[in-house]
Structures are given as structure tokens and as C-alpha cells.
Ligand binder design. Structure first.
Ligand code: SIN
Ligand code: FE2
Length: 219
């Protein structure tokens, strides 16, 4: 068989996905969390200690995304508002410790995006089942806004909505797949963002779900 015949039988390799600036201070790092096996095992260990639940937002509606946390602080919402708590309100126990593989990934991703010395204290674990979405919002429950947010996508693909400084700014639609990491800080720290409804699917490592981890310094 000639070289030409051989190459005709092969699928062309997809072009490498390069880091991409979404706006000043915000970077998409394609595949940065791969391979993700150890991180996925650690997610399941965290969720065995602090199960996922659908939180209620202050207006009284239940979120379509199921949430839990690990680290010294966890993000929580109920009719009284949004806040960080040192314990899981469902059990009264401290949130599970942040696994070393989480911390290592978050610190390396922040550094790769230009934020050395990131010291996350909280990790919000979000699970999106098909149809789940997150409306446009700012991450502004943290008192230290000088630190970036590191956001890790695993499992089913999704469309990350990257908005502007105002809620009415039309968001850019950013495809995010298993292993992608978005870091936003500096002038991008308070941009509105969200996630379009996740489409049906079955990911080989994760099943019919999308997980998202967001790391925050908080205080
Ligand atoms: C978030 O903004 O907390 C989640 C973003 C995502 O799921 O990609
Ligand atoms: Fe957010």
C-alpha cells in the first residue's frame, strides 16, 4: 500500500485547540484538565460525603443545576439569599476537604492563564443533567475580587455564555467540552456569564451529565 492510500484511510487529525482569550483577563484553556480520571474519582468521593441538591434562589425558584461544594467554604442559596458557609446546611458538618487533585488543577490553570499564586478556598460542584441551564449572572459573592475564578468543564459538551459588564450585553457563545478550563479574573472578573441548556447525550466517562467545578478564593 502506498503512502497516499494509507493516508486516505485515516481521518485527518482535528486541528489543535489553542488557548483563546475570551475578553481581557479571561482565557479558555482547551483540554487543560485532561486526563480527567483522577478528578472524576475525586468528584464522586466529594459527592458521597456532601450529596448534590437543587438549591432555591431568593425569589423561591429551584435551580435546574444540582450543587455541592468542597473546601473550607461552600456556596449556598435559599430564600434568605446567596452566601458562603463553612458547613453543609443539609448535614451540619464541614464541607468535604478540597481534594489535592482539585487544588493542583486549579492552581496550574490559574498560573497558565496569568494568575500565579491562586489560593482557592471554595470549590462549587455543579451537575447539569440534559435540559439544565444557568442564567446570566455575575460571581460577586466573594469579598476578594482580585483573585480569578477557575471553571472546569467535564462530561457532556455545553455552550458557555460569555457576556459583558452589563446584564443586557449580548453574550458570546463559547463551546466547552470535556476537559476545558475557563479562567476569568482582572478586567473579566465581573463579566456576566451563564450556560445554555445542556443537550441530551451520553459521555463515555461521565454518562448523561455535565460537571462543572468552579474554584474561588472567596475572602
Ligand atoms: C458558574 O458560573 O457557576 C458555572 C459555569 C459553568 O457551569 O460553566
Ligand atoms: Fe458563575
Amino acid at each position: 500500500m502506498t503512502r497516499t492510500q494509507l493516508s486516505l484511510g485515516l481521518d485527518p487529525a482535528p486541528p489543535p485547540r489553542e488557548p483563546r482569550e475570551l475578553s481581557p483577563g479571561a482565557v479558555l484553556l482547551p483540554g487543560f484538565a485532561l486526563p480527567a480520571g483522577a478528578v472524576l474519582r475525586a468528584i464522586h468521593a466529594v459527592l458521597a460525603e456532601a450529596p448534590l441538591r437543587h438549591l432555591i434562589v431568593p425569589r423561591g425558584l429551584e435551580m435546574s443545576v444540582a450543587m455541592s461544594n468542597c473546601g473550607a467554604l461552600g456556596w449556598f442559596s435559599d430564600v434568605r439569599g446567596y452566601r458562603y458557609t463553612p458547613t453543609d446546611p443539609a448535614s451540619g458538618r464541614p464541607w468535604p476537604a478540597m481534594p489535592d487533585v482539585f487544588l493542583d488543577l486549579a492552581v496550574r490553570a490559574a498560573a497558565a492563564a496569568g494568575y500565579p499564586d491562586f489560593q482557592p478556598k471554595a470549590c462549587l460542584v455543579n451537575r447539569y443533567d440534559p435540559g439544565a441551564r444557568m442564567g446570566l449572572h455575575q460571581d460577586r459573592d466573594e469579598s476578594d475580587l482580585s483573585a480569578p475564578i477557575v471553571s472546569v468543564s467535564l462530561g457532556l459538551p455545553a455552550t458557555f455564555l460569555w457576556g459583558g459588564p452589563a446584564r443586557t450585553d449580548r453574550p458570546t457563545r463559547i463551546p466547552v467540552v470535556h476537559g476545558d478550563v475557563v479562567v476569568f479574573g482582572g478586567p473579566g472578573r465581573l463579566r456576566f456569564h451563564g450556560v445554555a441548556p445542556v443537550k441530551e447525550g451520553d459521555h463515555p466517562e461521565v454518562g448523561p451529565h455535565r460537571f462543572n467545578l468552579t474554584f474561588r478564593k472567596v475572602t
